[in-house]
Design a protein around this ligand. Structure first.
Ligand code: NAD
Ligand code: UDP
Length: 386
């Protein structure tokens, strides 16, 4: 492999990375990228490894020996500190990060996103190890604009909705709206990491992902996850399409999101890994401001793309409205709009997203169809117990 150069033209030394949550959606893509394109070694920690199994076996793979899986629950495993010490860099992805859990399992959500992340920060700080911590765009909460009267012309002014790492406030709903348990826990761990940087010299980078989507995200209920489970929107809508059910639009599908292709986003993470001088001490938004849609528009586009990919005709009523109380239960609330400001990541790392929403949905739904269509047909053909 030719020597890799950083953004300042210096050769990049191979490093050992302790990746916590490596078996998840983002972790699996990051492991794949690191194995295929870099000389770095990965200590992959997770409770599960299904999504990275392909990278771990067989021994004949070109990267054999550069990735090691450690089945560890970081809540209670004394091996964690030793693995952080063995690595040059720790990347923490481990979290409960599915909205259906935030209001129904707020304690697990807060423990997972704050308490369980604490020792990781502590071990990095005490051992002078670099940390890349995964936070969320949800720390911004609601936009300032959402509090303006519906007809206010200021709602159209980007100053009232574009989310900037260093100036936007974090605006959450009331405590009864337990949806915000996740955002609040993530905000506190960000503040703690920032304080470790300021007071103890911890070299850190915080990543705020804005709806990264693509293959291997979450699970399809009843196929590779619980039948009653509610994954994030990409998997919910994929599941509906595969089963030929209408897509469920929560509270009218009026919320807006910007979606970025996982492969674009992983490029940004690799730049952070390999350019510590440019990434340390920074919080980065990572998203695609050009891919904004309402959830209703997302449903329409996914329906069109799926029709193309599968060759199946569209349903007569492709979507239905459901209330958030019915879909998520008591205490749900929503982010109204999420447009990332890209100034900091652009200046520090020269990164820009590339893939349009249509293109990323086409490759993702092709993957979903190839991976799940047969299994779904079989499971739906099984007679149900009466
Ligand atoms: P994911 O659920 O697919 O991955 C998380 C992984 O962490 C899972 O494999 C899980 O088994 C593991 N994990 C959780 N608790 C653990 C524990 N106690 N010990 C060991 N492993 C544990 O989620 P993802 O989409 O890959 O997200 C990764 C990170 O990025 C999370 O911190 C999440 O909050 C953040 N994030 C992601 C997005 C996105 O768009 N995908 C958006 C905002 C924030
Ligand atoms: N949503 C929906 N139908 C579904 C799943 C999600 O309308 O079947 C909505 C949800 O209410 C939210 C948006 O889609 O407004 C994105 O939800 P996701 O779970 O992906 O996470 P979020 O972006 O809120 O963190």
């Amino acid at each position: 492999m030719a020597a890799r150069m950083d953004l300042d033209g210096r050769p990049i030394k191979p490093m050992t990375i302790c990746m916590i949550g490596a078996g998840g959606f983002i972790g699996s893509h990051l492991c794949e990228k690191l194995m295929a394109e870099t000389p770095h070694k990965v200590l992959a920690l997770d409770v599960y490894n299904d999504k990275i199994k392909r990278l771990l076996e067989p021994d004949s793979l070109p990267w054999a020996g550069r990735i090691e899986f450690h089945q560890i629950n970081i809540k209670h495993d004394s091996r964690l500190e030793g693995l952080v010490k063995m690595a040059d860099l720790t990347i923490n992805l481990a979290a409960i990060c599915t909205p259906a859990d935030y209001n129904t399992r707020p304690l697990d959500t807060i423990y997972s996103n704050f308490i369980d992340a604490l020792p990781v920060v502590k071990y990095c700080s005490e051992n002078s190890k670099r940390l890349i911590h995964f936070s969320t765009c949800e720390v911004y909460g609601k936009t300032i604009g959402s509090f303006l009267p519906k007809d206010s012309p200021l709602r159209k002014d980007p100053a009232y909705y574009v989310l900037k790492e260093d100036t936007s406030p974090c605006i959450f709903g009331s405590i009864e709206k337990q949806r915000w348990s996740y955002a609040c826990a993530k905000q506190l761990i960000e503040r703690l990491i920032y304080a470790e940087g300021a007071e103890s010299g911890l070299d850190f980078t915080i990543v705020r992902p804005f709806n990264w989507i693509g293959p291997r995200m979450d699970f399809i209920p009843g196929i590779d996850g619980p039948s009653e489970g509610v994954p994030r929107v990409l998997a919910c809508f994929s599941n509906n399409l595969l089963r030929r059910e209408p897509l469920k639009l929560v509270d009218g599908g009026q919320s807006q999101r910007t979606f970025v292709y996982i492969k674009d986003a992983i490029e940004a993470v690799l730049l952070m890994i390999e350019n510590p001088d440019r990434a340390n001490g920074h919080i980065f938004n990572v998203g695609n401001p050009n891919n904004e849609v309402t959830v209703r528009q997302l449903a329409e586009m996914m329906t069109q793309v799926y029709t193309k990919v599968s060759g199946e005709p569209m349903l007569q009523s492709p979507s239905i409205d459901v209330s958030s109380k019915e879909f998520y239960g008591e205490g749900y609330d929503d982010s109204d709009k999420r447009i990332p400001d890209m100034t900091i990541i652009n200046k520090q790392l020269g990164w820009n997203p590339k893939t349009s929403l249509w293109d990323l949905l086409e490759s993702t739904l092709t993957y979903q169809y190839r991976t799940y269509a047969e299994a779904i047909k079989k499971s739906m053909a099984k007679p149900t117990a009466s």
